[in-house]
Design a protein around this ligand. Structure first.
Ligand SMILES: [Mg+2]
Length: 168
């Protein structure tokens, strides 16, 4: 019953998604959430392991774009400083902004992996757009009350997902 909320893949951190894995799965571009996926909520810091991961991804010829529901004021300084393309005010889980981003990147939805930490935002957005998803564990614990409520509601879905994964 929770199947439609399940991600295609799951990883502890974004930097665990290797170029080798992406190439084996036919992924040519990553579209990634920002808050709690690449850095803590509203943080402008990019930790060295994430910086190194972005460099490995780029060196492998895999394209990368941030897709954030957060404001341009929050997203732009982070992306400018780190040389990243971005879409802000994305209104995930709606699919419009992600599909526009895919088009702007000159690729097709089946070549994209959408990475994010929230089921009802990132994972559902991928489902709505017909794009594969990779769920990562949220980095920080500075989330808003609204996000905390969504995380609480995610719990039974995660339980069902990992139960299913163990059965395989
Ligand atoms: Mg997030």
């Amino acid at each position: 019953m929770f199947d439609r909320f399940f991600p295609t893949y799951d990883f502890p951190h974004a930097y665990d998604i290797t170029p080798e894995f992406l190439q084996a799965e036919g992924v040519r571009a990553i579209i990634s959430d920002l808050d709690d996926t690449l850095t803590c909520h509203d943080s402008q810091e990019l930790a060295p392991e994430y910086r190194a991961w972005l460099d490995r991804i780029a060196a492998a010829g895999i394209r990368f774009c941030i897709l954030s529901n957060n404001s341009e004021e929050r997203t732009r300084p982070f992306c400018d400083r780190n040389g990243l393309d971005f879409t802000a005010h994305a209104r995930k889980p709606l699919r419009r902004a992600v599909l526009a981003t895919v088009e702007r990147m000159g690729i097709t939805p089946d070549e994209v992996l959408l990475v994010g930490d929230q089921i009802f935002t990132d994972i559902l957005c991928g489902k709505n757009a017909g794009i594969r998803t990779a769920a990562v564990k949220p980095i920080g614990n500075r989330a808003t009350k609204f996000i905390a409520v969504k995380r609480f509601l995610e719990r039974p879905i995660w339980r069902a997902y990992f139960r299913r994964k163990e059965d395989k």
